[in-house]
Write a protein that binds this ligand. Structure first.
Ligand code: PLP
Length: 353
């Protein structure tokens, strides 16, 4: 008897396996979450939306797009929101790609990329990172073919940490054919302190074929509410909105996002504290003898190769994110938990070999 057959593209896509639950929320340094509670006033504004949960949310995200437009000095038609910027990427790739197309991205990079790309039927073209864990943009330009529809550039790169420089991105864009869309994923942009870093908004202003992805999940600490957005030329933003299921972003999430945008000073203070903690972790780890690439997000990368899984086990009860055969990503959390992690890292270096 025949059974309903799903698309072939799904055969190679792994089923999401949730990690081992951490000893507590604070011990979870595995998902690049923000250790702080929501910004002041955000919970109150979100709660204010609860009394009309019998109604659908504002499908036009009017207040959110207005707030984003004011923040970025662009018109509201430049934005497309979704349930996290991962969902926005799924919509964008669905709008751009189908069977046999190609999407070029660096590897290792964000683990959602292969899934988002291959669900559309397109093929991943992975270009190895350079030795210092940065994007090899020359090799990525060479990897563009007649079938390439989209290139993904992750800066800072998750999980390795370095940024793409403004000069490298500009030189890269000069080589990319104008019909290929370049997505600049800036999920961690608020944590960047490297002055040479590329700025998505600058390249968006200069190039028709650029899209920026931003999220409220990381610096703003709203990972659980699911809201992220693209900034793009209006016809691209419209295509992303068309490819997004209606009523995706709840009124709760929209209100929390708008309230978070109003809390700029407190956000800056918290981000500064996380950045200071990150820089201190990198300094101490290097002091322990680790080769840590430049860390510009809210996480650090330990290039452990085949030891990734055993190192992650040793960090227990702190939960970190191992990538088998490659390395371990550790989010910057509460200082006391970061300290516990640093003690494990030191013990690892001192282990009998
Ligand atoms: C976390 C992250 C995102 C955003 O995730 P959402 O929670 O879906 O907004 C996007 N890109 C990268 C590289 C990330 O690490």
């Amino acid at each position: 008897m025949s059974v309903p057959r799903t698309r072939e593209a799904l055969d190679s896509i792994p089923v999401y396996k949730p990690g081992k639950p951490a000893a507590s929320d604070a011990h979870k340094l595995s998902s690049n979450e923000n250790p702080y509670a929501p910004l002041p006033g955000v919970i109150e504004r979100a709660i204010g939306e609860l009394d009309h949960m019998n109604r659908y949310p504002d499908a036009g995200c009017v207040a959110l797009y207005d707030a984003l437009a004011a923040r970025f000095g662009l018109k509201p038609d430049h934005f497309a929101a979704g349930t996290g910027s991962v969902a926005v990427l799924f919509s964008l790739l669905n709008a751009m790609c189908s069977d046999g197309d190609e999407v070029v991205y660096a590897w290792r990079s964000f683990e959602a990329y292969p899934i988002a790309v291959e669900l559309t039927g397109a093929n991943s073209v992975r270009v190895p990172l350079a030795a210092d864990a940065t994007h090899d943009l020359d090799a990525m330009a060479d990897a563009i073919s007649d079938r390439t529809k989209v290139v993904l550039v992750c800066t800072p790169n998750n999980p390795t940490g370095p940024i793409v420089t403004a000069s490298a991105l500009t030189a890269f864009l000069a080589k990319v054919p104008s019909h290929v869309l370049v997505v600049v994923d800036e999920a961690y942009v608020e944590f960047v302190r490297e002055p040479a870093a590329a700025k998505g908004l600058d390249v968006l202003a200069a190039h028709e074929n650029v899209v920026i992805l931003r999220t409220f999940s990381k610096a703003y600490g709203l990972a659980g509410l699911r809201v992220g957005f693209a900034i793009a030329r209006p016809h691209i933003a419209e295509a992303i909105r068309k490819a997004t299921p209606p009523f995706s972003v709840s009124d709760l999430a929209q209100a929390a996002a708008v309230a978070s945008l109003e809390s700029f000073d407190e956000l800056s203070k918290r981000v500064d504290a996380i950045v200071a903690e990150r820089d201190e972790m990198v300094r101490l780890l290097r002091g322990q003898g680790w080769e840590i690439p430049d860390a510009q997000g809210n996480f650090v990368w330990l290039p452990l190769g085949d030891d990734a899984l055993s190192f992650a086990e040793m960090c227990d009860p702190v939960s970190v994110r191992p990538f088998a055969g490659d390395g371990v990503r550790v989010s910057v959390g509460d200082p006391s938990v970061n300290e516990a992690f640093l003690a494990s890292a030191e013990a690892w270096q001192a282990r009998p070999r």
